[in-house]
Design a protein around this ligand. Structure first.
Ligand code: NAD
Length: 420
């Protein structure tokens, strides 16, 4: 069983290093710093699952509750063959900072199962998901810890999990899991919430930096949930002119702009953006280095590195992906005055609407989509300005500023509770 990360660098060590750097700048109390370097608790579970061929397979899973000083913990569940406890720990730490930076009353958590859902039937995935809840359910709850979808998990899996949890409790408690289908207590506006939150941040960055975003050339890497909605909403809300998009097969570029409906239909039809009529083919590396005003990495981690950061020309970089920029690249981008909206601020719209979903489930009263948008806008705008102002006050880049804002809020909570 892979319990420690073989990924280099180890993601949990990266998460601890980022905290260490922020702690130094903000002169964090040493005991608070040491407390925040570790998860408060974690559960390792072993899951026997009957497979379709009649055999029983044993899976291993985790749930890490990193810090619940500001409220119940919150974080997705990943199904991945390379899942490790260190990856889950790192993601749980980042969820803690993400919830704090948007100032929602939640802590951070994450879960994972080592498995390859691409090689499993729907029945096997359902039995695995129910087995996970039978083991982990005892530490979950609307008031304790609330999972959500993540890599290779989806609303159907959340529905099975909510159902299994209802059997454990003897009644429905929909708020125990978010990202559910609408028919089972999901929230309006959850589907595009991540991109929408990022677009609200971009709008505020445009105002703060005096950059006119109407017609501003934009490149988007990744054309999944985050990337497609960034294309749609960036054009609709800000009037961005998206000139390049890409997916795992490659990218397309048209200096006259790419129409969202047409590109989306092409991707639906062919499985990729490549081959879109009238556009030139480019590589994912070339897309990052295009001479555009706005760059939106919305695919993978570590795509902007010390090797290519100097060639990035965008003035504004909105990180919808988690971890697209390495720490060395951050410094280079800061020195060349590129303005980065860091991942755990830029993509916090998803968890913010998940929090709205929990609130609606608790009251059993559901909001109009327009109200979800309005409340999301308020949260994202306030978070953006808190980070923008902290960057100026401390003279640091935005990622460090986001850490300072988030960590100060968690530090205040642990002190007020008398933990340190
Ligand atoms: P997704 O699976 O829907 O889409 C991923 C996209 O990336 C696909 O279009 C895929 O083709 C593309 N891709 C894969 N490999 C690539 C490569 N080598 N080069 C270029 N593109 C490549 O995933 P998503 O939900 O859109 O997530 C994208 C990023 O946003 C991830 O980093 C994720 O952690 C982050 N994120 C998503 C959400 C959310 O609510 N969806 C929330 C927070 C953060």
């Amino acid at each position: 069983m892979a319990t420690e990360s073989s990924v280099s660098p180890n993601p949990f060590e990266v998460a601890q290093r980022q905290l260490d750097e922020a702690a130094q700048v903000m002169k964090l109390d040493p005991a608070v710093h040491e407390l925040l370097r570790w998860p408060l608790r974690e559960l390792h579970v072993t899951l026997p699952v009957k497979m379709d061929d009649g055999t029983t397979k044993i899976f291993h899973g985790f749930r890490v509750q990193y810090n619940d000083s500001r409220g119940p913990t919150k974080g997705g569940i990943r199904y991945h063959p390379d899942e490790t406890i260190d990856t889950v720990r790192a993601l749980a730490a980042w969820m803690t900072w993400k919830c704090a930076v948007v100032d929602i009353p939640l802590g951070g958590a994450k879960g994972g199962i080592i498995c390859n859902p691409k090689e499993m039937s729907q029945g096997e995935i359902e039995r695995l998901s129910r087995a996970y809840i039978r083991q982990v359910g005892r530490i979950l709850g609307l008031e304790k810890d609330v999972p959500a979808p993540d890599v290779y998990t989806n609303p159907q899996i959340m529905a099975w999990m909510a159902d299994e949890y209802a059997f454990l409790k003897g009644y429905n408690e929909f708020g125990v899991i978010t990202g559910k289908p609408l028919a089972l207590g999901g929230s309006a506006g959850r589907g595009d919430a991540t991109a929408r939150g990022g677009v609200y941040c971009l709008r505020e960055a445009g105002k703060a930096l005096n950059i006119d975003l109407k017609g501003a050339t934009t490149a988007i890497q990744g054309y999944g949930n985050a990337g497609t909605f960034a294309h749609k909403l960036g054009a609709e809300i800000l009037g961005l002119k998206v000139v390049a998009v890409s997916d795992s097969k490659g990218g397309i570029y048209n200096p006259d702009g790419l129409d969202y409906e047409a590109v989306f239909a092409h991707k639906q039809e062919t499985g990729s953006v490549i081959g879109f009529p009238g556009a030139k083919s480019i590589t994912n590396e070339e897309l990052l280095e295009l001479d555009v005003t706005v760059l939106i990495p919305a695919a993978l981690e570590s795509v902007i590195t010390a090797e290519n950061a100097d060639r990035i020309k965008a003035k504004l970089i909105a990180e919808l992906a988690n971890g697209p920029t390495t720490p060395d690249a951050d410094k280079i981008l800061h020195e060349k005055d590129a303005y980065v909206i860091p991942d755990f601020l830029c993509n916090a719209g998803g968890v913010t609407v998940s929090y709205f979903e929990m609130v609606q489930n608790a009251y059993d009263y559901y909001w109009e989509e327009s109200l979800v948008h309005e409340r999301l806008d308020k949260k994202m705008t306030a978070a953006f300005h808190a980070v923008h102002d902290a960057a100026k006050e401390y003279g640091v880049h935005n990622r460090m500023a986001a850490y300072i804002v988030a960590v100060s809020r968690v530090a205040e909570a642990v002190k007020l509770r008398g933990w340190v």
